[in-house]
Design a binder for this molecule. Structure first.
Ligand code: 0CM
Ligand code: SF4
Length: 316
């Protein structure tokens, strides 16, 4: 039987970012240095395939420090942790390594700096996401107010409307966040903040690549996990920019083939925590059903690299 033709637009950049790469390397180095088991607080990055591979090498994933013994090393995930977490690890004299992405740590420092000058902080982020919990947890309770939507801005109850700063989660929708920042600036003209927001280069670039192809495709597959904020935003970007069908898939087995019936042009991308091998698996699955013509849609080139410490040691 002849296969139907399919033009497959492959987004670039896609997949692993510098922070994810660094965080995974830190776990691998810790396993080499200290042997198994090494504990990891929260999924090191939001991807089951990555987590399973590290688990096979001896990493033990837990949600809370209370689940770790005192005498084994623990690594904090790329998303960051509240200040109380390293403080508790130090109190218990544990060996700990912080794999927080430097771009998340930058936001932590920003929030602290504003707090030190007496400002109350408004954080734009998703409630319950570990990065939001980590960033809010840099400061005492009540010092960081969370907003998720423009309606939340209208309902904000602040200490002093003239003494405010804002920070954001790094993996938000660029478009939605612009609206929320505008609403904040309209209601609190003296609010201070970053030039635009704190969305990282990887999130921004992956969304731009999806936007560039969304209008010319009937369907979009985003390789990524359901708990990965940046991956889920890519599905929304496709849907909001003219693509009629956008699905998040962890692997090829998740593809809903019936939904792809009659599709002649589609896009594939991957969130910042999704390994390229899973993108290849998805493309191979598409090739088994369609006569695929691949076309790269490259909207940026990335050369960001974050140093991995040469030797892992306990912070002073
Ligand atoms: O923050 P998000 O849910 O997108 O995390 P992730 O692990 O999918 O991606 C990398 C990161 C960070 C911080
Ligand atoms: Fe860092 Fe952005 Fe990657 Fe998150 S998505 S790890 S903030 S570079």
């Amino acid at each position: 039987m002849t296969k139907p033709p399919l033009t497959l637009y492959l987004a670039a950049p896609r997949g692993f970012c510098a922070g994810v790469d660094r965080a995974i390397k830190i776990v691998e180095m810790a396993l080499k240095k200290w042997g198994a088991p090494v504990y990891v607080r929260h999924e090191i990055v939001h991807n089951k395939f990555v987590v399973d591979a590290l688990r096979d090498q001896g990493a033990v994933f837990v949600e809370e420090l209370t689940e770790c013994p005192d005498d084994r090393p623990v690594i904090f995930s790329a998303h960051g942790v509240p200040k109380a977490v390293p403080a508790e690890a130090a109190r218990r004299e544990m060996i700990y390594v912080d794999a927080t992405c430097p771009l998340v740590s930058k936001v932590h420092i920003e929030a602290e700096r504003h707090h030190d000058t007496g400002l109350q902080i408004v954080m734009i982020g998703h409630a319950g996401h570990p990065e939001t919990i980590g960033t809010m947890g840099q400061l005492p309770d009540g010092e960081v107010l969370l907003v998720e939507t423009e309606a939340d801005v209208a309902a904000l109850d602040v200490r002093d409307p003239t003494r405010l700063a804002f920070v954001t989660q790094t993996t938000l929708s660029v478009d939605d966040t612009a609206g929320i920042v505008t609403a904040l600036q309209a209601r609190f003209p003296q609010i201070v903040g970053p030039h635009k927001e704190d969305i990282c280069y990887a999130t921004t670039n992956r969304q731009a690549a999806v936007k560039a192809m969304a209008h010319r495709i009937d369907a979009m597959l985003v390789v990524g996990a359901p708990n990965s904020s940046n991956s889920r935003r890519l599905v929304e970007v496709a849907a909001n920019n003219g693509c009629g069908y956008a699905q998040l898939v962890q692997r090829a087995a998740d593809i809903d083939w019936r939904a792809l019936d009659g599709v002649t042009a589609m896009g594939v991308t991957a969130g910042a925590s999704a390994p390229e091998v899973l993108v290849e698996e998805v493309i191979d699955a598409l090739k088994s059903r369609f006569d695929v013509t691949l076309d790269l849609v490259e909207t940026a080139q990335e050369n960001v690299e974050f140093k991995v410490p040469r030797v892992l040691r306990q912070p002073a």
